[in-house]
Write a protein that binds this ligand. Structure first.
Ligand code: AMP
Length: 139
């Protein structure tokens, strides 16, 4: 049997958390390492390894709660922006292999947190083929 991950243990009440939302399928709680004030994780109660492995209806429910918490971050906490992000697989930074969405309120001077997209100066000529290949695979 698969060893329980830390979020399954939280869901099963074996590990405490600072819960902020719960319904039949979704749980949200404060991240133990608050990268900014109010940093929250939203998880499905049923185990799925990550976003990509989660059925659409469950994923929608998790994203719905993430959206609402993002709205509360602005309304209640005074955040000026919010990052909604989810890491899939360890190469993308996933450390807990249970689907979770980070809701990270941003206040404008968030020391130590920098999400940066650097332009890798790709060969622009390769982009039409790349776009077509991905587009075809989606059909
Ligand atoms: P990721 O790196 O995207 O897999 O994020 C995992 C997150 O889980 C990290 O931000 C951790 O701080 C957080 N985390 C790990 N253990 C706990 C815990 N017991 N309670 C709350 N958050 C946790």
């Amino acid at each position: 049997m698969r060893e329980k991950d830390v979020f399954c243990k939280i869901i099963d009440g074996e590990i405490p958390c600072y819960k902020i939302y719960e319904d039949e399928e979704v749980l949200a709680f404060l991240d133990i390492s608050q990268v900014t004030k109010g940093h929250t994780l939203v998880v499905p109660k049923k185990h799925y390894d990550n976003f990509l492995a989660t059925p659409q209806d469950v994923m929608h429910k998790v994203m719905d709660v993430a959206q609402r918490i993002g709205q509360v971050s602005i309304r209640l906490l005074g955040a000026k922006g919010v990052n909604i992000l989810t890491n899939c697989y360890k190469e993308a930074g996933q450390s807990v292999m249970h689907f979770h969405v980070h809701v990270i309120p941003r206040y404008g001077d968030d020391e130590g947190l920098r999400l940066e997209f650097k332009d890798k100066k790709v060969d622009q000529l390769s982009l039409p083929v790349l776009a077509k290949d991905i587009s075809n695979e989606l059909k």
